[in-house]
Each structure stands twice: as C-alpha cells, then as structure tokens.
Design a protein around this ligand. Structure first.
Ligand code: BTN
Length: 244
C-alpha cells in the first residue's frame, strides 16, 4: 500500500461498504478508501444497521488486498479496531478499550465499530473491505432514544468538533503501520495490542448454551471461553454479551 491516502469522498452514500466493494471488483487498488459523512443505509455486523446522523460522523470503507487465506480475515478486523482505538485516543486524549471482536469503547460506551468483508477467489482473499463507522461530531441527542445510553462521540467526550476527513486519514495511517506487519504474517503484534485494550477479560460469557469466563483470543482471533468444567470453548463469530 502506498504511503499516500487515496480517498474517494462522496457527498452521500447508501453504504460506503457497497461503494468500495463495487470499485474493488472493478480493480481499484488497495489503499483506496471511500468516505462519506452522509451514509443513509449503513450496515453493521451480524445484519444490524449502522445509524449515523447526517454530516456529523465518519463512514469509511478501505480496500485491502492482503493475498492470504480466508482464515486470516478476522485478524484484519482486529487490526482495524486497534487502529480505530489509536485514532480516537490521538484526537480525544482519552483511553479507548475494545470489545470482542471489533467495537471501540470509551467509558463503556461505543464510539466506533468495524465491519470487515472478504471476497474470496480460489483459496485466497481477493480483497477485504474494512468498514469503519466512527462517531465524531454528533451529540447524544442525535442518536435514537434506544442507543443514547450506549453510544458516545468524540464531541461528547471533548466538547470539540473535529475535521472528519482528517480523522479518517489518521485512522488509515495508523492502520497502515499495523498492516505492513500483518502482510508479513506477523499478527502477534496486533493480537498483543488488541489484548492490551480488551476490557472483558474475566467477564462471564453466555451464548447458545455456552457459559464460562472470557479468557482471551487465540491466534486466529477467536474468543476463548473457559467453562466451569475446565474445558475451553472457542467462539469465532457473532455478538456476545459480557457480564461481570
Ligand atoms: C458494527 O459495529 O456493527 C460495525 C459498524 C460498521 C459501520 C461502517 S460505516 C462505514 C461502513 N459502511 C457501512 O455500511 N458499514 C461500515
């Protein structure tokens, strides 16, 4: 990936994820990012929608072509959440934490989410679209009622407004530093950085009949849960509720 950012800035988009996917199919090189502050049909993980008030937040989808096996895809999602946490910390001066797999939290409230989509060709990833939704200049009242208690923004944390494109460029630059190592197969650094920021170690996890204590992530990025009987279960995708 070249050092220079290669941004496609749209006044409005249904989903930057879809726009980036289309141009990646047409051969856009890695490092190209589609950005908008007006995303009307944002998509979140596990089929949810991603709500972003017009003009206030960042919706960014970055094309990567890591030339590796599909099993590695989740690691690039972890990489992106580490880069997002780092960008948020840079601008707000606050400590960001991570929720497995890709949420960025400050003081327990979600400030950013990552959606990573892979297109597979043969046995390899043809491209990855890393989607970042980051709450920048919105206020609590910009969110629908049901989200107000669980969301925050850079403005809410600092009472300052930020240049949305500059924040996007900082995210891409932070991500590039990590991406170089990942492309060389060195995921340990990302896994360590992610684990340092993970906030739910030791929390109780309950899902689909699995109940246990969240212990960590393995080398593939799967969540490791220790059951009462001592057995270790791995969860590789989906949404998890953590409780103390
Ligand atoms: C999540 O936490 O559920 C992930 C949210 C990802 C939202 C971003 S905004 C940019 C890109 N375009 C989309 O439609 N979704 C991602």
């Amino acid at each position: 990936m070249s050092k220079k950012s290669n941004l496609v800035i749209l006044r409005q988009a249904g989903s930057t994820q879809d726009e980036a996917y289309k141009i990646a199919l047409d051969g856009a090189p890695e490092g190209v990012a589609v950005i908008t502050t007006n995303q009307t049909y944002g998509r979140g993980r596990t089929g949810r929608s991603w709500i972003s008030p017009p003009g206030k937040n960042l919706a960014l989808s970055l094309i990567l072509r890591p030339q590796c096996y599909p099993e590695k895809a989740p690691l690039y999602g972890l990489m992106a959440s580490v880069a997002a946490a780092s960008a948020v910390e840079h601008f707000t001066g606050r400590v960001a934490h991570l929720k497995w797999p890709n949420d960025v939290l400050i003081e327990g409230k979600k400030i950013a989410g990552v959606l990573s989509q892979a297109r597979i060709r043969g046995s390899l990833i043809e491209f990855l679209i890393i989607g970042l939704g980051l709450n920048i200049n919105c206020t609590e009242s910009d969110f629908p009622n049901e989200l107000r208690k669980t969301r925050t923004s850079m403005f809410e944390l600092t009472s300052r407004t930020f240049d949305i494109i500059e924040v996007g460029e900082t995210f891409i630059s932070d991500l590039k530093e990590l991406y170089i190592g990942c492309c060389l197969g060195e995921f340990r650094h990302v896994l360590d950085l992610w684990s340092e920021k993970w906030i739910h170690k030791g929390f109780v996890v309950e899902r689909d009949g699995i109940r246990g204590i969240a212990e960590g992530i393995d080398d593939s990025g799967a969540l490791e849960v220790r059951r009462n009987d001592g057995s270790l279960v791995k969860i590789s995708s989906g949404e998890i509720n953590f409780s103390e």
